[in-house]
Design a protein around this ligand. Sequence first.
Ligand SMILES: Nc1ncnc2c1ncn2[C@@H]1O[C@H](COP(=O)(O)OP(=O)(O)OP(=O)(O)O)[C@@H](O)[C@H]1O
Length: 408
Amino acid sequence: MSTSNASTTEVSGRSILLDQVTKRYPGQAKAAVDGLTLEIPAGKIVMLVGPSGCGKTTTLKMINRLIEPTEGRIVLGDEDVTSISGDELRRRIGYVVQGAALFPHQTVAQNIATVPKLLGWSKERIAARVDELLELVSLDPNTYRHRFPRELSGGQQQRIGVARALAADPPVLIMDEPFGAVDPITRQRLQEELLRIQEELQKTIVIVTHDFDEAVKLGDWIVVFREGGRIVQYDTPERILADPADEFVENFIGSGAGLKQLTLTRVRDVELADAVTGAAGTPAAELLKRAREAGHNHAVVLDGQRRPLRWPSLRRLSRMDLLPAERDDEMPVVAPTASLQDALDTMLVSSAGAAIVTGRRGEFAGVITVEVIMDAITRARESAAEVAEDAPIGLNTEAIAVVSGDPS
Ligand SMILES: Nc1ncnc2c1ncn2[C@@H]1O[C@H](COP(=O)(O)OP(=O)(O)OP(=O)(O)O)[C@@H](O)[C@H]1O
């Protein structure tokens, strides 16, 4: 679940409406997407999931008309874009594909500049925009702007793919399996980054994924399709996990719905446990005494900016003279934006069975423990039972006929 903070940032995304859209490929008996009406709210992330061949990619590519619908309308904001020039439409919709598909003989800067160049921006404006976007996707402009795609890791290429899609500041971003080609750790990092970028930019983002956990993690809303682009459920991740529409969705979620709930809550949303802290360079005995008094097994050593340096057990502390100033790189640390699942992963490999949480500037914020997580799950389950009032529309044409009795 992406937790976009709409109160502090202006929504720059525009809503999308697929209005009774059908796609029939030549020579195919059945429609790939059949009478689909799908409303995608402005500034939200909507995930398209479902079994192979159910029409996810076809649906996605009809949004920017890389695939032309056989019937129906595409509406962007208030504008019917069904018949405008496809090229013009695609300049307003950033498109990211699996493996990034960068132009191999162009530098990073040239790749990112593709659409701004087409739009006739000045050289200076393009150069400034390239650097701004590299910063946004956490790549140092001086190091990367002149590199070629082959000189980048898979994760870096994917970041450039996102930067290129965002270059002309389009209101809408569509992504087809954007993180499908990278290893799990890089994928997790890219997902975190997308959420951070989205918090800042508030675009309307539609993402096709095979990975249900990814859908839960990134989506404000998830569409579960079956064959023919038929919507089985269009709901929040919480509701899909807590109340799947039918057996098909249940099977699709797979086992461990309870564990998946952990991906829905972020560390910053839970009440953390406290810890006893001491400054590097001060006597260890003093910290040991306070930790014992508090009944803790560990204590946190902080630097001058209150950033954690190490997290010794009381036994180790008792063997120290002054609190050391070197940072222990093995220390289990999680960011406030991490999901509880990520926090749990970190905790399980830590000898403390818990993890340190740091704030935005790396400062010590508290400790996350198993008890903290259990408490958060209980609360999340209680609130998931409520039906969202602002639910967008998602249905197929026959569904309208059944509801209204109108066969048209
Ligand atoms: N160019 C095409 N010509 C004919 N049929 C096509 C074409 N593209 C897709 N199809 C068919 O349309 C249906 C939907 O395909 P689509 O690629 O949208 O599914 P998908 O859900 O994205 O699948 P996957 O998860 O495997 O990528 C499938 O039955 C597919 O075989």
